[in-house]
Design a protein. Sequence first.
Length: 149
Amino acid sequence: MVGTEWASYASPVAGSGRRAVAQEIAEEASERLARKTPVVIGENMERVRKYATLRGYKTINDFVPQAEWRGLQLYLGGGKAGVDAMKALNRDWIRRMIREGWKIVDIGPDPTRTTRSEFYLLELEELAKVKYPYYKRVFGKRGVKGIDY
């Protein structure tokens, strides 16, 4: 049995198996590198999209299409059932971001609002529950420079 560890090098089947494993590893590494692109959260999707676009970051809309949100609104209406379904979709998304290890950039509350968004508060609660290490707050008392002032 001496030397059998070298037998696979001569086998085209074993070689292609190694290539497949190498390709799988490369694809996984590529996915992990993609996750280095931060995801932006904050109040008011217009602000969130603007900040993300300026920096090449992602938002919830890169993962949950607008059509899915609108579909929920149309199907369930604007009542409590619709809001609850949309919050569940939001919760599932932020939990996925946490589970997959995405960097999360928080642009904070919209300084023009007098009440806080239930969706934004839900995201903060989920992040706080796990003391998420890849969370970064980028706002001050007046909001975010270049977005709010």
